[in-house]
Every structure is written in structure tokens, then in C-alpha cells.
Write a protein that binds this ligand. Sequence first.
Ligand SMILES: Nc1ncnc2c1ncn2[C@@H]1O[C@H](COP(=O)(O)OP(=O)(O)OP(=O)(O)O)[C@@H](O)[C@H]1O
Ligand SMILES: [Mg+2]
Length: 314
Amino acid sequence: VILTVTLNLALDITYWVDRLNVAGTNRVRDAREQVGGKGVNVARILTALDVPVLATGFCGGAVGRRVAEDLLSSGIEQALVEAEGETRRCVAIVAGDGTVTEVTEPGPEIQETDWNRFLEAWRSLLENRPIRVVVLSGSLPPGLRDDAYAELCADADRRGIPAILDTSGPALTAGLRGRPAVVKPNRAELVEAVGISMDSTAEPAAWLPSLEALRKAGARSVVASFGSDGLVALTGEGAWHAMTPAVEGNPVGAGDAVAAALARGELDAASWPERLVEAAALSCASVAGSTAGTFDPLVFERTLRHVALSELSP
Ligand SMILES: Nc1ncnc2c1ncn2[C@@H]1O[C@H](COP(=O)(O)OP(=O)(O)OP(=O)(O)O)[C@@H](O)[C@H]1O
Ligand SMILES: [Mg+2]
């Protein structure tokens, strides 16, 4: 089983309006409510691939109950942990001209007692359920220390369970100290973590020193994603660049598809070239999919045969 951790879960509310009327009244043409958060996207994708998943994170209040119901109706097994406050809501208003206006709540301030309750539940999951891989995704909710992910990664590592970490900023930098099996920064996250700027037209191999810096800071392997420029991986076994033909669509959540493929690769003990081919094809298919957390299965099958994988010399 793959355990997905989404500490900052949200209820995503989408409103469709003909025209956004700022400072006026807006009539909603259509509305949808769905649990959101990067770890949930990973769980949805793995569920669609028939990989057994278990989803955890904080939920609180009436919105938290909606989140739990929605996971249930998506067929995702959950082990959510109660927090004091109310789960956040994120509202996206989609207008007829295609513009999207977002209004997001910060989420409840996580208390020390909430975190201790989470740690207890998490350790019990790792000990009593056949968890083989954990995926830690997204930002940390307010109130948690920057090293929350480091604590979870170190805990998993002690039990021989590989952790895949996909986050940004201080949560990423501090998280590296927990020795995650894989970190998956995108271009901006990598630049921020390493503190260098790079020419966006640079060759894939030019990024390797930055990936090496993250390995030196504690990550066993680094898979950096560069949007339509593909993936660059640096592992103990070698370095590769994987790329697919560019597709048009919705790039939000493509990185979550990369994390899902890397988790499945860990579960199956696949070789690095296999993992990267699958990660490139699945994330490309996710861009072709309708929303974050979905992918187009036909594009996935077809793209698997068209991934250009090249070995780089580290
Ligand atoms: N236009 C595209 N065409 C083909 N593949 C793409 C395209 N955009 C992204 N991808 C694939 O998705 C991967 C992840 O994309 P990206 O680097 O944008 O992730 P991200 O910023 O972490 O996304 P998110 O955090 O929203 O999930 C890329 O490495 C690439 O394999
Ligand atoms: Mg991302």
C-alpha cells in the first residue's frame, strides 16, 4: 500500500459564471465541490492505476467531514486525523472568458496536540498496515514547524519505508534532513532550494550540480521536473533526462502525476529508467487530462512508447 500524506487538505469549490462581476453580484451557472490537495491528486492517480492507496492528513469541522465523504465517494481509503480548527476551503471562479479567480482560506492553525495526535496515528499506520511507500505532498499548514516533513521522512526511513517528498521552500529545505528516498522539485522549487538562477534554455545536464546539492543535503535521489522540458534525475545509480512530445492542456497537477509514478516505481522496485519513462508519460497524460489528479489513459499508453530517455554523465 502507498500512503499519501496531505497535511494541508482543502475542499476545492469551483463556480462557473458567465462573466465575473467584481464588486457586484455573480450568478453561478454551475458549481462543484471536491476534496483537493496535492497528496489527494497523487491518491486519485494511483487509484485510477489500480494501485492500493491510503490517504491521510488533517481534517476538521463540517468541511472536514465533507472532505472525508468525498474521499470515500472517490473510492480512496482514508485514515484522516482530526484537527481542532475547520478544514480550509479554496474557491475558484471560472468565467466564460477562461479566466480563473481564486479565493483561498489559510487553513486551521495546527496545534501541538494536533501534531502529536497525527504522529501517533501515522506511527500506528506504519506499524500495523502494509505501508511500503509514503508520499508527502504540498505545503505545510500554519502552525507546523518547517521540519515536520523531516520528522516524517526520518520516521519512515528508520522503518525501511521509502519516502517521496514533493514540497517547496523551507518545508523542502528542512525536509531534506529527514533523508527522503526521492525529492521532486519543479524548476522554481529547485532554484529556490539551491539559491542559484539558471538560464531557462540551459541543457538538462547543466542542472545536475543543483540536483547534486540536494543529494548532499540529504535526499537519496532527486527527480526535478521542468514542465514541457521533461524530467532530470540524479540517483545513486546514474543520471537521466526523460522527455515526451509537448502536449497542450492543464499543467496543474502534472508534478503530482510524477510523484505517483515514482511511488509506483518504488513499490514495484522498478529500475530508474523504467520509473522515469512512466513518470514522463503519466505526467504528460495528466496535462492532457481534464483536471488535476486525472490523466488521459490513451495518451498515457501511447506516450509510454514515445519517451526520449537519455543517460547523462553526472
Ligand atoms: N506541456 C507539457 N507537455 C508534456 N509534458 C508536460 C507538459 N507540462 C508538464 N509536463 C510533464 O509533467 C512534469 C511535471 O510538470 P511541472 O514541472 O510543471 O510540475 P509541477 O510544477 O510540480 O506541477 P504541479 O505542482 O502543479 O503538480 C514534467 O516534468 C513533464 O514530464
Ligand atoms: Mg509540484
